[in-house]
Design a protein around this ligand. Sequence first.
Ligand code: GDP
Ligand code: MG
Length: 636
Amino acid sequence: MATMESLIGLVNRIQRACTALGDYGGDEQAFSSLWDALPSVAVVGGQSSGKSSVLESIVGRDFLPRGSGIVTRRPLVLQLQQTEEGEQEYAEFGHLPQRRFTDFSLVRKEIQDETDRVTGKTKQISPVPIHLSIYSPNVVNLTLIDLPGLTKVAVEGQPESIVQDIENMVQSYVEKPNCIILAISPANQDIATSDAIKLAREVDPSGERTFGVLTKLDLMDKGTNALDVLEGRSYRLQRPWVGIVNRSQADINKNVDMMAARQKEREYFATSPDYSHLASKMGSEYLAKLLSRHLESVIRARIPSITSLINKSIDELESELGHLGRPIAVDAGAQLYTILELCRAFDRIFKEHLDGGRPGGDRIYGVFDNQLPAALRKLPFDRHLSLQNVRKIVSEADGYQPHLIAPEQGYRRLIEGSLSYFRGPAEASVDAVHFVLKELVRKSIAECQELKRFPTLQSAIAGAANEALEKFREESKKTALRLVDMEAAYLTVEFFRRLPQEVEKTGNPGGNPRENTAAGNPGGNPRENTAAAATVDRYSEAHYRRIGSNVSSYINMVTETLKNTIPKAVVYCQVKEAKQNLLNYFYTQIGKKEGKQLADLLDEDPALMERRQQYAKRLELYKKARDEIDSVSWAR
Ligand code: GDP
Ligand code: MG
């Protein structure tokens, strides 16, 4: 049956892909780590406890770097894949997928070089794993992670913190509930002092996922044995202890072949007076099979939770990719289409702001309803139409010949002078609406999700919109000021015709000042009239007060008119234009652009592009993993 082997093979493939994507566990991941969900076997133990030796004898090959000090400085993920009898043995690195290593001394060298590539020659450690797959008829399917040995002191050239750094790194692997701990302790040392057991006890107190391995049985003092440990009396684990005899340093120096070493180990247990009764459950070959079987069953049990994690991640990634949007087309036609679509998306939001689907448009009405009337109220007509000023202006208008009947020129000057005050509020209304519109453009750009990807297009649209608003503002200002100028150009005759006459009290209401000159009583007030009606002083204070108050009511009338017409001009020239033609000019410009210029506009934020690629790759991995898992679980 292919299924059993393929379960470990499946996890191996997923692990390799995880590393390629930078997922090797840890908490800084944006998405839940698939790596963390996969069961794995981590080898832990003190320095020189025999970790490398155990790994090599499980593989049946010499391939790990040796030396004093901390040799293993990056996790080594060792994936063993059993091949057909008689096939060539070879190794492959995750970072060198094209190259097959058949010479295992080169594997050793590549591990060293690749370690240095990431950690530098400074002998630092790094949590980024090296992936090594070994394909051989002499291995069982198994994945093991070799970790730096736990150490007590930093050696020369290594920072003091390295002791703690190693412990933290090892800890980060073994604390994961999916990690199977292969705890290596040397038999020639009291088990109570074993670093591996100390760590395993911390993270797996019930001993459920810890496999105890006892090395160096051959180095125990004569007359002593490790039966108390191997039979679980010294330290209890849920899993059986396995005793190992690796090559001694002398064997290594003599280049004793791994196959010969395995043979020697078998003989050791078969003939040992202490351990022969346990012989079938001792040794590195047995350990490899035991771990392989265990790993398979753990993976099988985990498949439902891995599947659900994968499904959840696929959902997350798909929705995230949905937010990021599709990659951009390459041909100019499609690019133009994309740009126009994006402009329309922005324009839609802008219109919603104006029309009230989104907030902000109401501030334009605020300008007409509050700002403009308030500004009009504040105009200094009191000062302009003070008695003193009226007298001054009327007298100046009269020149050497004082007016005889009514001060026509004086009236005109007073009114024209007053009307010029309206220019300020008219311009201010235009500007206020301009700033509201500008702010709405800014908001709409920020709220346009589709545009987020394209900072260049974003600023091009903003630039074009603001330029258009600027033109609308100019036009609007001209129109609003024209309204004011029109008031000055032609006065409302009716108003003056309806003015009460200064001779009103003598009974001539509604008369025309000019016609009334015959009655000859302008400038009088009732009291004066009774006193000396015919000889009333044309230039008395009351006369000027009346002129001032007439002008003031005329100005009030104009104020009412402009209060209504300025908003009409502003809406017509600015708001309506912005709503209908904001990007018109931009559209004609875009239509003339060549392919390269269009592509430049769709220049994406590189960080975003990178993110989309990452997510897409990850999504592909997860989907592939899901398909593979489906196929193995159905093959059962
Ligand atoms: P590591 O630091 O944990 O990787 O330990 P190594 O595998 O490099 O082993 C350290 C030393 O102990 C080497 O010289 C090995 O030859 C020796 N050694 C390891 N296991 C055994 C064993 O079972 N018997 C003997 N005699 N020597 C061993
Ligand atoms: Mg080692």
